[in-house]
Design a protein around this ligand. Structure first.
Ligand SMILES: [Mg+2]
Length: 260
């Protein structure tokens, strides 16, 4: 873990002409600003056209790896040229082919119990929102005060301690329950990069604790933490998603100019 340096546009413009690159982004809090509810996020049309521009170049591949369900990602980022992975890499669309990990029989029943217990919790604590994403369950606590958040955490810790193969992790203003057999984002980063020649340079962007796995999976890449969360394994930092969008816009603008 080190203190990341500010990311400057030169770091992104050099690969625009000279290198084959794999651009790998988290979505919420990285490319997009957070919204009070996950469904309320805004996807700027300029971001979509800049990502499309980036993916049009044969030198570049572009992927989004998110904690959201794949179906949700496809709705928010309707770009068929992008590689998408949902549920932290438990389901994916890579080169147009869909895939997902399969639940071991022993975990299936336990997972059904977890989903049921999450529903009970939501019914008993006002302000908690459940996002059931099939492979993971996220309980959003953004609208709760500190004491209520702690209570939810304790209750979820109690649930996970009684169920084998299920774990709890923090997310942005949320807690997430997940089966431990599921891959993390780093597994997906390695899966995307492994067929690539070693000359392809990864550019990895993320804001959340779960993005640390992505940074660690690309030690030779340009890894960028978005926001103030520390410590981090990322080498570079950007202050907020708008700063990343603005840099990408600049890269896309240079691409467009270089075609003239
Ligand atoms: Mg995020």
């Amino acid at each position: 873990m080190s203190n990341p340096s500010p990311l400057l546009i030169d770091r992104l413009l050099v690969p625009a002409w000279e290198q084959h690159s794999y651009w790998i982004f988290d979505l919420d809090g990285t490319l997009l600003d957070f919204a009070p509810q996950p469904d309320a996020v805004e996807v700027p049309s300029s971001l979509l056209s800049d990502l499309a521009e980036l993916s049009r170049r044969v030198e570049h591949r572009v992927a989004v790896i998110s904690g959201r369900a794949l179906q949700d990602l496809e709705r928010l980022i309707p770009l068929s040229a992008l590689q998408l992975a949902g549920n932290h890499g438990a389901e994916w669309r890579v080169d147009g082919h869909y895939g997902q990990v399969s639940f071991p029989a022993a975990v299936k029943d336990t997972w059904a119990v977890v989903r049921q217990q999450c529903k009970h919790l939501v019914a008993s604590v006002p302000g908690v929102m459940l996002e059931d994403k099939g492979f993971t369950c996220t309980l959003h606590v953004r609208q709760l005060d500190r004491a209520a958040r702690e209570k939810v955490k304790e209750e979820l810790a109690r649930v996970t301690s009684s169920l084998p193969g299920i774990a709890l992790r923090p997310a942005a203003h949320a807690w997430e329950l997940y089966p431990t057999f599921c891959p993390n984002k780093g597994t997906m980063v390695r899966k995307l990069l492994s067929p690539m020649p070693p000359t392809v340079r990864p550019y990895v962007f993320g804001d959340d604790w779960t993005d640390e796995d992505s940074f660690l999976a690309a030690p030779h890449g340009v890894t960028v933490v978005v926001g103030n969360r520390r410590p981090t394994a990322a080498r570079y930092a950007l202050p907020h998603p708008a700063a990343l969008r603005s840099l990408l816009h600049e890269v896309a603008r240079h691409h467009r100019l270089s075609k003239d």
